[in-house]
Ligand binder design. Structure first.
Ligand code: 1PR
Length: 527
């Protein structure tokens, strides 16, 4: 089966290619307008920013052949932006570029008090008996990562809806034209099954109307792999103990990144995060170790991949400069869905607090403008600082704590650090999170140096304070030691996800046991 892939240059096409090839298909990349009308079946994965995508489609003269292909009702699967492009325009496009206009209606931003972007595993309510959902059970969850959704004028094109504060349209179908807001290539076995149906079904047209309800948004369990080279120069998965990765002088070696990532995927991790923990001093594109890790991992792991470490502007030894966008683009092309910015975000926020001005050139702004804010995670490395009274740290977010300090202080603030916790900065975690949201970050990875690797549980006070300060999703991180620690963080804070490393690397508690424990307490998870 030859599948033509419309890659407009900002999508993460590697995962789609890997999924199609895993299903025995062959991918033919669309390189010129005539390739579109030559296609047997056309896949259009769209990730990033709507305006950027539409501008590129027009610049490449793809709009006319695409319209002709679609008006002939030929087999088409649009994913995320690839579905949104079928409509007449989007609120995300401030220049009012001409869209494909195959379906009447527009794309609108979520209007909800819940976190936006809508990120995670959510159910679908099936409205038509469609061959693309053949063999997929009603309680299946798919991976979503978006801030906008389509609003069709003609409700007969609605294939599924999904609930996120309200029911929004999560997939559409008219004849052989199908669009999904969720990412099948990132939705594990169910997503692969949907792609297989699209590839193999001769007649894709939907049958009778049905009304089968799905389940709601799950809390995400994320496996994190801290990666660096050891003293012998091998790239290993390591683990800090309050950010100290050495044991008897050697870098802890917990295994190989690609193998461990595949194990966690098979164990049911909802996402995998790689953090290149010496990225602050190495040039991430130098000899490309993490690029290869991503390329090899994305061949067999079909859930979202985040990569962090060293995402910022660089000037190499020969004076050649690389922007953070260049670095991120390499990672996206290699299979990453999100990039995580740590140290650079602190420096950017310090400047913003001083000038109150957006430069437009910060790594957060550069990358979210092209790939969408859902592709930009800010990783915060805070440590607790105790103070006798809030007056001691006036310009920081000081809070009362239930865990008094060494001198019985009942107030504390969380100092941000850079370079892997090596340098404290004059910035607190709550302020950093708020500024980064303002600059376009789509998610916060909230670590905690004091809790990292201690198995003593998450710092619930820190997580609650940051979550209350932003309207983007927050990933709780650091300290997980047993399955109840995950239940506590979801029962006492609104964190959308929980990340762990040591507990999984040391095989203390398998991911499925954590998830089953949460499900037994009616905490929504993807089993
Ligand atoms: O500053 O943009 O180059 O990014 C560096 C990235 O590497 C940041 O995301 C930073 O958090 C991470 N990092 C840097 N040094 C270390 C270290 O450990 N020496 N990892 C490090 C920090 C955070 C999680 C950790 C969880 C779970 N680790 O990866 O695993 O806290 O902990 P758990 O084992 O208790 O479950 P830049």
């Amino acid at each position: 089966m030859i599948i033509s892939l419309l890659d407009y240059g900002a999508g993460n096409v590697r995962s789609i290619v890997n999924a199609v090839e895993k299903l025995g298909g062959t991918v033919k990349e669309v390189k010129k307008p005539s390739d579109i009308l030559d296609a047997e079946k056309l896949l259009f994965p769209g990730v990033g920013n709507y305006e950027n995508m539409i501008k590129i489609l027009n610049r490449k003269n793809y709009v006319r052949p695409l319209r002709e292909y679609l008006q002939a009702d030929r087999p088409f699967l649009g994913i995320c932006l690839g579905m949104q492009a079928l409509f007449e325009g989007s609120e995300e496009d401030f220049s009012g570029n001409e869209s494909l206009g195959i379906f009447k209606g527009r794309v609108t931003r979520f209007k909800t008090g819940l976190a936006v972007p809508h990120i995670g595993w959510n159910g679908v309510n099936l409205k038509k008996d469609s061959p693309v959902f053949k063999g997929i059970s009603a309680d299946t969850k798919f991976y979503f990562v978006h801030s906008y959704h389509v609003v069709p004028e003609d409700e007969s094109v609605i294939l599924t809806t999904t609930n996120y504060d309200y029911d929004f349209v999560s997939s559409v179908q008219k004849g052989s034209i199908i669009g999904t807001q969720f990412h099948p290539e990132k939705s594990g076995d169910a997503g692969i099954r949907l792609l297989e149906n699209f590839m193999t079904q001769k007649d894709l047209r939907a049958g009778r109307d049905v009304d089968i309800r799905g389940k709601g948004l799950s809390k995400r369990i994320i496996a994190c792999l801290d990666v660096r080279t050891n003293d012998q120069g091998d790239l290993v998965v390591t683990k800090g103990d309050q950010y100290d990765v050495r044991q008897e002088g050697n870098v802890r070696n917990l295994g190989k990144p690609v193998e461990l990532a595949r194990r966690y995927y098979e164990e049911g991790a909802d996402e995998i995060t790689f953090l290149n923990i010496t990225g602050f001093r190495d040039f991430p594109l130098k000899d490309m170790p993490m690029i290869e890790v991503l390329e090899r991992t994305s061949q067999n792991v079909f859930v979202p991949l985040t990569i962090g470490g060293g995402i910022r502007d660089y000037t190499d030894k020969r004076g050649k400069t690389y922007t953070a966008l260049d670095v991120a683009t390499q990672y996206f092309r290699s299979g990453a869905d999100k990039v995580s910015i740590g140290s650079d975000a602190v420096l950017i926020a310090e400047d913003y607090v001083k000038t109150k001005k957006k430069t437009g050139t910060s790594s957060i702004e550069q990358i979210s403008r092209v790939y969408g804010n859902q592709a930009v995670v800010v990783s915060i490395d805070p440590r607790r600082v105790y103070v006798a009274s809030p007056d001691e740290a006036k310009h920081h977010h000081v809070m009362r704590t239930r865990f008094p300090g060494p001198h019985h202080e009942v107030y504390c603030w969380y100092q941000c650090t850079v370079s892997g916790g090596r340098e404290g900065r004059d910035m607190d975690a709550v302020t950093l999170a708020k500024v980064c949201e303002e600059l376009g970050a789509g998610e916060i990875l909230l670590n905690c140096i004091d809790k990292d690797g201690t198995n003593s549980g998450f710092d619930l006070e820190l997580i609650d304070a940051v979550k209350k300060a932003v309207s983007i999703p927050v990933i709780a991180s650091s300290g997980a030691g047993c399955e109840d620690h995950f239940a506590k963080v979801f029962e006492t804070t609104d964190a959308e996800a929980a990340l762990a490393a040591g507990i999984f690397h040391r095989k203390e508690v398998p991911i499925q046991i954590v998830k089953q424990y949460l499900a037994d307490r009616d905490i929504p998870v993807r089993l």
